[in-house]
Structure formats: C-alpha cells, structure tokens
Design a protein around this ligand. Structure first.
Ligand SMILES: C[S@@+](CC[C@H](N)C(=O)[O-])C[C@H]1O[C@@H](n2cnc3c(N)ncnc32)[C@H](O)[C@@H]1O
Length: 421
C-alpha cells in the first residue's frame, strides 16, 4: 500500500477537525506514518493559527471553494502555515504543497494553489480573533476575568506546552531518571512537584528510555497536583468519577497502592489507554463504564474520598489541544456547567461524613470553577470548601486557579470540599 503524502494527511486531518473531530482522533490514523513528526507539526500549526490563516485565505479566494473541495482549502492552509510559521524553505513549501494537490487527485487546482501561495503577503487583518488566534467569545471571557493578564494568557495559549513526566516513584526517583536521560542526551528540568520532570525538547514518548519499564507517565504538572491534593490513604475507598483515560486514577494507585479504587467513566470508548498503562506501570486498574450523574452503578457503600475531574471546556490546555479553540462555543460553557453541577450533587450522596471531594477542571473560566462550587455550597448544608495552601496559582473564593505558564504547567482549577460530620 502506498504511503499517504504527509501534506495530504495533514489536510485531511485538519478537514476532519473542522467537521467536529478532535485533532488527536483525526491524527490517530497517522501515528505510525514515517513522516509522523511533519504531519503532526503541520496539523497542530494550522489549527493553532486557524483564525489568521483561514481569514487570510478567505480574502485571497475570489470565489469560495466548493464543499467537496474542503480538503483543498485545508491543504492551502498547510501551505500558508509552512510559509508563515515554519522553518521549511519557501520554495519547498510551495512546490510540495502544489504536488500534494495532485496527490489529492485535484490536478486542476495546482495552478490555484501555486498562485495563492506565491502571492505577496498583504497586511493582515488585525482583529482580536486573528491577533490572538482564538474565538471572540473566549477572548472576551478571558479579558473580563483576567483584565491584567489577559494578553499574556492569550499569547501563551499559542506557544508550545512542555512535555512533563510523572516519575513512577515505585520504580525510579526523579533525580535518578533525570541522570539516566541526561546520559542518553535528553536533558530535563525538575518541576516543583517531587516526581515531575520536564523534557527540554519533547520527543515521542516510546523513544524515552524507561518507557516500557513503566518508569514514568506523561502528565502535565498542573494535572499531577490532583493526587497531592487528595492524599489517598491506605485501605480507604476512593472514587474517580470521571476517570477515562485513567491518568489520574493510575496516579492515585501509584501514590498509594492499597486504596480501594473505583474508577468509572461514561464513555466506553476511552478505556483502552488505561488498560495498556495498567500493564506498563504494573498497577491493577479497572475502568468501569458508568454515568456519574446517576447511581445505578454504585454498590451503596460510601467513599472516603472522591475525585471529580470534570468534563470542561479545556481552556487551560489550548497549547496541547488547539482544536478546542475551533470547536468550543459559549453555549458549551452553559451545558458543561449544568453537567458539572449534576455530577457534584449526585456524587455528594456517596461521600462518607468527614470525607473529602476534590473537584478539578483544566479550565480557566470561573463559570466552570468557582461559580459551580459556589452554587453547590449554597445548596448543600453539610459541605465546606477547605482552603488550598499552595505556592502555585492564585486563591479563588472556593479553590485555587493556575493559569497556563510559558514553558510551564497548564491552566487548572482545584477545589477541595469537606463533608461536615
Ligand atoms: C477531564 S476528562 C477526565 C480525565 C481523567 N480524569 C484522567 O486524568 O485521565 C473528563 C471525563 O469525564 C467523562 N464524563 C463526562 N460525563 C460523565 C458522566 N456523566 N459520568 C462519568 N464520566 C463522565 C468524560 O468521558 C471524560 O473522560
């Protein structure tokens, strides 16, 4: 079978993203492609710069392309991205993109692609959307909630996130792994958490020494704080209510293997990662399918602690998932907020008196964070937020918020709630 041209692969993946597929899923078909690195770079680059590149292309097309030629539209964006935002030489970028139009089976479009890509760059439209590469609802929301740091947040969102490892403390220390990696020419930077280590230059995870041996897991440092805040104790009953793919659940087991963990998720398609990781890390882990806004999966025994890593807009992780900027709408925030509220209300009944519930999101929007907790506390007499004393992020009324930091952790929110006896 002949290999798909990398630019064609990128154009098709981006086209799939514009019809609602996540970038990660769209790219899964090309994980083993020999030009994987280039395909991923082109896709992430175009989606990261979607707002300016598509606006510019729309203004260059005399008549819009037909719906069935949307792959071609995305291919021209791939060409523009190479010219404007990558280190690929201009002549190679143009020639290979024109050639890719042929591979798409659209020889008739080679002249058009060539003409658009060779056209001198005009001064770009300077709307906020194109300047910040984000939808206006999100820009306005960030500006409203973070008037002093909005520009910085929006700028950082278009940078590349670091690749951070959670060192498996049962098999390695961060210091020893750092030394092993350095010996292999992979320098790292220690994080502020004991087991966090960031790579100076990200690389495919299975090429990092110790991967097969289960010495580490890729997990952003902000996300790693979950287990530190929940502090699971031996023999206690712990619920991870929104557990797929299982990163935090496995972290909880890694932190304390003796917990009685129940991990559920509503999505039956997201379990395979956890199963593979459970084998790699040597941790017994079973992810059950269940809807945490209902009780039909529950055996009736109360939990000592509950983690709700709630479904959210993911606005703290736009560097890793730039497709969120293309997919999410303001309406989604309202829908998600309702869901977050339902999760809290339902799961609270399953928490033992004196127990702790940790609510987390990878969102920087207070509507999904403090507002949700505020509403919940207003309606729940036996619940109290426990302040999180920490040297990261900033305190909010009911929890702690961190914003994405350049070359640092993602944006995340945590709130710890105690069930009063
Ligand atoms: C932020 S992700 C969780 C990530 C996971 N905690 C980890 O660290 O790997 C949110 C998860 O919530 C799940 N979810 C959404 N609604 C749910 C519900 N009603 N019940 C259980 N899980 C739900 C989604 O399928 C998604 O996997």
């Amino acid at each position: 079978m002949s290999l798909v041209d990398p630019r064609v692969a990128a154009a098709r993946s981006i086209s799939a993203v514009t019809t609602g597929k996540s970038l990660e899923r769209a790219l899964s078909a090309y994980r083993d492609h020999p030009d994987r690195g280039l395909i991923f770079e082109l896709c992430y680059g175009v989606v990261r710069h979607w707002f300016s590149l598509s606006k510019q292309l729309d203004s260059r097309l005399k008549t819009p392309l037909r719906k069935k030629d949307y792959d071609l539209y995305c291919l021209i964006l791939v060409g523009s991205y190479q010219l404007q935002n990558s280190a690929i030489a201009d002549h190679a970028a143009v020639n290979l993109t024109v050639e890719a139009a042929r591979h798409l089976g659209k020889d008739w479009a080679c002249g058009l692609v060539n003409a658009i890509l060779r056209r001198p760059r005009e001064s770009v439209d300077q709307s906020d959307e194109t300047r910040f590469e984000a939808p206006s609802w999100l820009i306005r929301s960030i500006q409203r909630h973070y008037p002093d740091s909005a520009e910085n947040i929006l700028r950082v969102n278009n940078t590349r996130a670091p690749m951070t490892l959670r060192v498996n403390r049962n098999r390695q220390t961060a210091e020893s792994l750092a030394q092993i990696l350095l010996n292999e020419g992979i320098p790292t930077i220690p994080g502020s958490l004991t087991n966090a280590l960031s790579l100076v230059t990200p690389q495919a995870v299975n090429t990092i020494p110790g991967y097969s041996e289960g010495w580490f897991t890729v997990q952003d440092e902000a996300s790693q704080r979950a287990a530190h805040l929940l502090e699971p104790q031996p023999t206690t009953r712990v619920l991870d209510a929104c557990a797929a793919p299982g990163i935090k659940a496995l972290q909880l087991l890694e932190t304390c293997a003796d917990i009685k963990l129940t991990a559920i998720d509503i999505d039956p398609t997201r379990g395979s990662y956890g199963t593979d990781e459970s084998l790699r890390l040597g941790l017994p882990f079973e992810l059950r399918v269940g809807d945490a806004t209902r009780r039909d999966w529950w055996d009736g025994e109360l939990f000592d602690s509950i983690l709700i890593d709630a479904p959210c807009t993911g606005t703290g992780t736009l560097r890793r998932k730039p497709d969120i900027k293309v997919h999410r709408t303001l309406e989604d925030v309202v829908v998600l907020q309702r869901k977050q509220q339902d999760l809290l209300t339902n799961l609270w009944h399953m928490l033992a008196s004196g127990g702790t519930l940790l609510y987390s999101t990878c969102s920087i929007l207070p509507d999904e964070n403090d507002s949700v907790i505020h509403n919940f506390l207003d309606q729940t007499t036996d619940a109290a937020a426990v302040p999180i004393d920490a040297d990261w992020g900033h305190a909010t009324l009911f929890g702690r918020q961190c914003l994405p930091i350049e070359r640092g952790p993602d944006g995340f929110f945590y709130s710890r709630i105690a069930k009063l006896p």
